[in-house]
Design a protein around this ligand. Structure first.
Ligand SMILES: *Cc1c(COP(=O)(O)O)cnc(C)c1O
Length: 397
């Protein structure tokens, strides 16, 4: 097996690790849950407080803060989403944006009574759609996905019909890491006249995305995982420009109004993507994104993906050699082209090892009942860290 030091020495992105603030973790394998902060983020945050907040006070809103949801959205769109300007906005949480977009979508397909989703989608996606179905008198059509893989186009083809208003799946399955074929699933759903929505939380910043080219109608994702935005950083929403005149989100706040500061009597939506906004944007929480997008743009998403594949391939090699003989099973796709940026290992009793792993400075992600997710963020994780993490796990087993 290749030594981790040789892999690190050959890693074209190795120098990016120095851009992150140091941590006491010897092996941080949870970049798919909360990314690490950049050094530049600490500087930008204090600079923002001192220069912009304290310095400009309320004048900051017209200096540019009011545009941040759109300008940052456009930058994210061009660097990581394959989205032309005017279709991406930053704000709210992923959960709230799923509600806003999915409600808008089902209302734009009147007469169609079904929403298509899969049993292994992220809990918040499932819960929000259950709520919308109850609210609008729709029914949910559940595709039973294998927790070790994910949604296949053939399953969508079987389940979708001319009564389907919306389909919602995750690009990368949060458990298995399965990478869905968005373009093909969209083609199938569109043939039946349904709108398509994708949750990009586990792919943005780690897997190249081409929303425009893939014909995605709506998408959401978070910025605190592979985009290192920090705990609770705001999410993003994408709404294809052709749909912006017809889809109407249900939370009619003043910031999505045609003229927020006229304070007029009735709600009139702003034109374009701004209509997805509701209340005052979380400016302070958007500060880190400026730094993260610079770094991602410099590294390039294709290079990030290449390293990500190398990291998970290496983790799988180590797992096969050390962990599988000790009763661990790999519940992630073996083929790199079907895999996002993380893998999941399962063994009953993993939960009892968590404290010991943390004590040893090894931080993976745990998902009940018995799954350890290994999510090495490509820009901040070395091959040596993967080696340390999995060898510690081997020793504990
Ligand atoms: C992390 C994640 C979320 C999180 O939603 P929040 O509203 O930010 O809590 C949603 N969907 C998926 C697929 C995720 O991985």
């Amino acid at each position: 097996m290749t030594s981790p030091l040789a892999l690190d020495a050959a890693d074209p992105l190795a120098s990016y690790r120095d851009l992150f603030l140091p941590t006491d973790a010897v092996s941080y394998l949870d970049g798919n849950s909360l990314g690490r902060p950049l050094k530049a983020t600490a500087d930008l945050m204090s600079d923002f407080v001192e220069q912009q907040w304290a310095g400009r006070l309320i004048r900051g809103w017209t200096d540019g803060w009011l545009e941040w949801p759109l300008t940052l959205g456009d930058r994210l769109g061009s660097i990581a989403l394959g989205a032309a300007p005017g279709q991406t906005v930053i704000g709210d949480s992923t959960t709230v944006l799923i509600y806003k977009l999915a409600r808008a979508a089902v209302d734009a397909r009147p007469g169609r009574r079904k929403i298509l989703l899969d049993t292994d989608n992220f809990p918040t996606d499932r819960y929000v759609l259950e709520g919308i179905a109850a609210e609008r008198g729709l029914s949910l059509v559940w595709i039973d996905t294998d927790p070790g893989s994910g949604i296949h186009p053939s399953q969508v083809a079987e389940a979708v019909d001319d009564d389907t208003a919306l389909v919602l799946f995750s690009h990368v399955a949060y458990r298995s890491g399965w990478l869905a074929d968005i373009a093909e699933i969209n083609r199938i759903a569109h043939e039946a006249g349904a709108l398509t929505m994708w949750d990009l939380c586990h792919s943005v910043g780690s897997v190249p995305i081409s929303l425009d080219a893939w014909g995605v109608d709506l998408a959401v994702g978070c910025t605190y995982k592979y985009l290192n935005g920090g705990p609770g950083a705001p999410a993003f929403a994408y709404l294809r420009s052709e749909l912006q005149d017809t889809l109407r989100q249900p939370i009619h706040g003043w910031m999505g109004h045609r003229a927020s500061f006229e304070m007029g009597p009735g709600y009139e939506p702003a034109s374009g993507i701004r209509a997805l906004l509701s209340g005052t944007p979380a400016i302070l929480a958007m500060v880190p994104l400026h730094a993260n997008l610079d770094v991602l743009a410099a590294a390039g998403i294709e290079a990030v993906r290449e390293k990500s594949v190398a990291l998970t391939t290496y983790a799988l090699e180590l797992a096969d050699e050390w962990l599988v003989p000790r009763g661990v099973s790999v519940v992630s796709p073996r083929s790199a082209s079907q895999r996002g940026g993380h893998i999941t290992l399962r063994k009953p009793g993993f939960e009892s090892l968590l404290d010991k792993l943390w004590d040893a400075g090894v931080i993976p992600d745990y998902r009940r009942p018995d799954g350890l997710r290994i999510g090495p963020a490509p820009l901040s994780t070395s091959f040596a860290e993967v080696h340390t993490g999995l060898s510690t796990l081997r020793d504990l087993l």
